[in-house]
Design a protein around this ligand. Structure first.
Ligand code: TRP
Length: 473
């Protein structure tokens, strides 16, 4: 039993429902398999694309500090709670919640929690695929040598040209979504999980290399100051909400992904140590991306608050100037696509699983239905970059003023749905599940358990609630 479970976990998200049986992989410890799957989901566009640009928009150091705090006191405790629910329930997120409710005689309504997660993952996937498409298109741009020797202006022009062209964006969005659907439809087996073992470390090494290059620009110190010296006058309350939301987004929390993966985790493995390791690797990738990008921003007089295009306007500059830039550039964007791909798979999987379980559809049809629906919604995000850039569907509400479809989807999911689900997970595990069950599941030392339990019961929910209420008012 353990063996088949282990290989299913090694093959990542998709095999959970397809029942894929991949050959035994004795050389992977089961803990490693979970770590890979969870890290593959966590490390994605959130780390390399989103983290640097929201840090730039929110003034740097103070934002980074709040983000790190959110990872530590909100993200890690909730990741542990989600993994715990998954391992205890041993099923898909909605069923696991159902089982736990039955066992502890709680209201079955708690299952809705996993339901909101399914909705949120669908909404995220719709725009995630559009950005994944940008990364794909840059594989081509770098691969054909179009970046070499370019100035900062012409690199900016390449990017704005891409955004202004809905047809091209649509092609790349379609390709990215098709790649994601392909894997989910077939179940993740064979090549991809092996690829992830090689590609994730490769991404790490390449990022280190870029940080090394960034050190040569002479602006590294300025970037370090920008990232790590907090200036709270630059941080707005919305900035705090963005930092909190991003902690959820980057760790893939709040939508049952970690519950699903947790259901494959063998009993003997420490949930705490594993969750901390995944979180540390995820945060490490984000900080490295920041250290690679901001020196180039300052060296070239770019605007740190340039928004979603930040990495597409800065990193190509490094590739334009460094030796073998086209090669490194191509490699970098290939790896970025991979990171995005493994995350997108974990975003599509919950809805597909739900369609199979609830609607009795087969995997192929579920994948097609869910993927095409997300693809259609993604077209709204594409158009908000050009034709509909002035269209703010909920602009009549002050909180959504000037937000395009793309901005709205991002705001609604990362800043509202994910923290809300996370809050409910914390309340469910911290206040409703039996303490004895949690102690058995976590089997940590008394002190560490008490620390986690206290933080989950009091600190996490109160922190999330305060940030929330403050921003709504
Ligand atoms: N964590 C991924 C990233 O940083 C995005 C992601 C994948 C995600 N699966 C998720 C976010 C589930 C929230 C929930 O790019």
């Amino acid at each position: 039993m353990t063996q088949s479970v282990t290989s299913a976990a090694a093959s990542g998200a998709a095999s959970s429902a397809s029942g894929a049986t991949s050959p035994k992989r004795a050389f992977w410890s089961s803990r490693m398999a979970f770590i890979l799957a969870a890290t593959g989901s966590a490390v994605g566009l959130g780390n390399i694309w989103k983290f640097p640009y929201i840090t730039g928009e929110n003034g740097g150091g103070a934002f980074v500090l709040v983000y790190l705090l959110c990872i530590a006191i909100v993200g890690i405790p909730i990741m542990m709670a989600e993994v715990l629910i998954g391992r205890r329930g041993g099923r898909s997120p909605v069923s696991s919640m159902g089982i736990l409710c039955q066992r502890d005689k709680l209201h079955a309504r708690w299952r809705w929690l996993a339901g909101i997660g399914v909705l949120a993952s669908f909404l995220i996937l719709s725009f995630y695929s559009v950005i994944g498409g940008w990364a794909l298109s840059y594989v081509g741009t770098a691969g054909t040598g179009q970046l070499s020797g370019q100035s900062s202006e012409s690199i900016g022009a390449i990017f704005s040209g891409l955004l202004a062209d809905p047809g091209t964006l649509l092609i790349w969005h379609t390709l990215f979504m098709a790649l994601t659907m392909l894997v989910v439809a077939r179940g993740l087996r064979g090549g991809l999980e092996r690829a992830v073992t090689i590609l994730m470390p490769a991404l790490f090494v390449l990022l280190l290399l870029l940080v090394g290059y960034a050190m040569t620009t002479g602006y590294f110190g300025q970037a370090v100051t920008f990232l790590f010296q907090p200036d709270f006058s630059k941080l707005s309350t919305e900035g705090i909400l963005v930092a909190l939301g991003h902690a959820f987004f980057t760790l893939s929390l709040g939508m049952g992904v970690m519950m699903a993966y947790g259901s494959y985790l063998p009993k003997g493995v420490s949930i705490a140590r594993t969750s901390i390791l995944v979180s540390v690797m995820d945060t490490g990738v984000a900080l490295l991306a920041g250290l690679a990008i901001f020196p180039l921003v300052f060296a070239n007089g770019l605007e740190p608050g340039a928004g979603p295009g930040l990495i597409f306007q800065t990193l190509p500059l490094a590739f334009a100037q460094m030796p073998f830039g086209s090669l490194f550039g191509t490699l970098f964007f290939v790896l970025l696509v991979f990171a995005a791909w493994t995350s997108a798979i974990s975003l599509l999987e919950p809805l597909v699983e739900w369609l199979e379980e609830r609607r009795g559809l087969n995997r192929m049809i579920s994948t097609l239905g869910a993927g095409i629906a997300a693809w259609l919604l993604g077209i709204g995000s594409i158009l908000s970059l050009n034709e509909w850039s002035g269209f703010a569907p909920l602009g009549m509400f002050a909180a959504f003023e000037g937000k395009t479809i793309f901005d709205l989807l991002d705001f609604l999911t990362a800043n509202i749905l994910l923290p809300l689900c996370g809050l409910l997970v914390a309340v469910f595990v911290g206040w409703f599940m039996a303490r004895q069950a949690l102690e058995n599941e976590l089997s940590m030392g008394g002190r560490s358990f008490a620390l986690w339990y206290g933080v989950l019961r009091y600190v996490t929910p109160i922190a999330v609630a305060i940030v929330f209420i403050y921003n709504l008012l």
